[in-house]
Ligand binder design. Structure first.
Ligand SMILES: C[S@@+](CC[C@H](N)C(=O)[O-])C[C@H]1O[C@@H](n2cnc3c(N)ncnc32)[C@H](O)[C@@H]1O
Length: 202
C-alpha cells in the first residue's frame, strides 16, 4: 500500500467533517464556487469525477442534476463514505484509469498534486471526453501558501507537486485539450477549465 493510499484511508472517516470546520469551510466554499462557476451554463450530462474523496464535489454535481455520476478514487475507505443515490463508485488509480464510456463533464479537484504522473490525466481525459464536454481541475500553485500546503503533507510522508499554468497548458495541449478559462482562488489554488481542441472534434 502506498503512503498516499494509507494517508487517505486513515482520514476518510473524518474527511467530510473537516470540510465543515471553520478554516476549511471558507476555503472549500470559495473554491467550489469557482469550480461550479466554470460549469455554469454547461449541461452536466454524464459526469466523471476523478479522485472524488468522500464526495464533496460529487454532491454538488449531483445536486446540479446530472444524468450519470461515476466517481473514481484510489481509497476504498473514501468511496465507502460517499453516499449518493445512483452514484457508480470505482476504486482505481486515475493515472491509469480509462473507460469505454464518454463523459460530458469531468472534474478533478485537489488530486493532481498527489500523482507521480499528473500529465497522464490529460491523455486519459481527452480519450473519455465527449466532443462538447468540459473538464475542470483545481490545483495548488507554486506560491508561498502552496509551499506551506506542501510542507503540511510532507509531515506525513507525502510528496506533493505544485503547478504553474504554463506547464498545465503544455500538458493539456499535447494531449489534445485547450483551456476554456482559468481563475485563481483561495490562498493557493487555481481552477482551470478545458475542452477538446476544435480540430479533434471535427
Ligand atoms: C485532497 S483529496 C480531494 C478529494 C475530493 N476531490 C475533494 O475535493 O474533496 C485527494 C483524493 O485523491 C485521491 N487520490 C490520490 N491519488 C489518487 C490516484 N492516483 N488515483 C485515484 N485517486 C487518488 C485520494 O484518495 C483522495 O481521496
Amino acid at each position: 500500500m502506498t503512503s498516499r493510499k494509507r494517508y487517505f484511508d486513515s482520514v476518510a472517516l473524518d474527511y467530510s467533517k473537516r470540510s465543515r470546520g471553520l478554516l476549511w469551510k471558507h476555503v472549500r466554499e470559495s473554491e467550489s464556487a469557482v469550480m461550479m462557476g466554470m460549469l455554469e451554463g454547461h449541461p452536466l450530462g454524464d459526469v466523471l469525477e476523478l479522485g472524488c474523496g468522500s464526495g464533496y464535489y460529487s454532491k454538488l454535481l449531483y445536486e446540479r442534476k446530472c444524468s450519470r455520476l461515476v466517481c473514481v478514487d484510489l481509497s476504498l475507505k473514501m468511496l465507502e463514505n460517499l453516499d449518493i443515490p445512483g452514484c457508480e463508485k470505482i476504486e482505481a488509480d486515475i493515472q491509469y484509469f480509462q473507460s469505454e464510456s464518454r463523459f460530458d463533464t469531468i472534474v478533478c479537484a485537489g488530486v493532481l498534486e498527489f500523482l507521480q504522473k499528473p500529465e497522464n490525466i490529460f491523455y486519459n481525459v481527452a480519450s473519455m471526453l465527449n466532443p462538447q464536454g468540459l473538464f475542470v481541475i483545481l490545483i495548488p500553485l507554486e506560491s508561498l501558501a502552496g509551499k506551506m500546503y506542501r510542507l503540511f503533507h510532507r509531515t506525513h510522508g507525502i510528496h506533493l507537486t505544485l503547478f504553474n499554468l504554463d506547464e498545465i497548458e503544455k500538458w493539456a495541449n499535447v494531449a489534445g485539450l485547450e483551456i476554456t478559462g482559468h481563475q485563481r482562488v483561495s490562498m493557493f489554488s487555481l481552477v482551470v477549465g478545458f475542452r477538446l481542441k476544435r480540430e479533434r472534434v471535427k
